[in-house]
Design a protein around this ligand. Sequence first.
Ligand code: FAD
Length: 302
Amino acid sequence: MRAEHPRLEARLAALGIDVRSGASLSELTSLGIGGTTDLLRITKHDSIPELIGLLEHHDIPYKFLGGGSNLLVGDGELPWVVLQLVRPEPDVVLDGNLAHVDAAADLGRMITFCAKNDLGGMEGLIGVPGTVGGALRMNAGAYGMQIGSYVREVKLYRAATQKIEILRGDQISFEYRHTSFAPDDMMLAVILELPSKPYKEILKGIRICNEKRRSSQPLGQKSAGCIFKNPPGVSAGRMIDELGLKGLSVGDARVSDRHANFFVNAGHASAKDMLTLIADVRERVQKSFGVSLENEVVVWNA
Ligand SMILES: Cc1cc2nc3c(=O)[nH]c(=O)nc-3n(C[C@H](O)[C@H](O)[C@H](O)COP(=O)(O)OP(=O)(O)OC[C@H]3O[C@@H](n4cnc5c(N)ncnc54)[C@H](O)[C@@H]3O)c2cc1C
């Protein structure tokens, strides 16, 4: 999809939107899969209501990209443009136990920055790629913790009201890889309330989590983390492993040999390859265990 109307282009420029024509989503996602479209990079939160109004006026559908680490994007020319926040400088400001963080901030860098200032709690998320906005939307979690537990306030653009609003943490429900945000809400910034902890102690926790990831995940390969959510009380990866499906491939899409719930792009996998592999594994698990696996990876398919 192209954002290519002369009047639209002039307004986008006036709003400070940086348009990258024909951007390849394979270069913007950790799976390295995805077709092309125009990428609209947003430098000012305040420009968003007008930007969305313009896109709607010109019948241009849009999707919102964070760091691209939990996405499987379709092949070919994509039928929507992609919006992404540009990371401001600074992207984290501390005030006592409160961290004011822009949604475009890199999650890992934010955790390290807070740790160096004796603010902990987020150690489990070290090694989770992507942005703070993406982590909020997904309620990213690992090793018994989730980001939602630390949210004091979220600033977001709500498509329903076409306004930028503030929600208190207790107005949002954060569940396992699910939040009560509307699908078209855009996270813009968050205030996290983090417990005080000495840096040395946080670093110990960070090292333990790093080691757990290194020993169990295919970190050098292109993936989107876990493909399926764990059904209540069961591990999706364990079921896939028990069926002997590690190494199962469709084209270059492959079930990791290291972690059965990580599917990797071992070369030039297409979205079609990956979707076929996902459907195949889901069907086999359903047949053998009677369990219907739900995607954790977000699929943007045309
Ligand atoms: C090696 C590896 C390990 C991983 N380990 C974990 C793990 O332990 N735990 C875990 O939870 N996840 C894990 N993930 C998955 C992924 O990193 C997280 O889900 C991450 O929080 C996604 O953030 P992102 O910015 O990359 O989002 P994206 O992939 O860009 O987007 C994901 C979804 O969030 C939406 N989104 C992104 N930013 C915003 C925003 N600002 N406002 C509104 N919506 C937005 C997108 O529209 C999309 O629907 C892993 C991934 C990899 C590759």
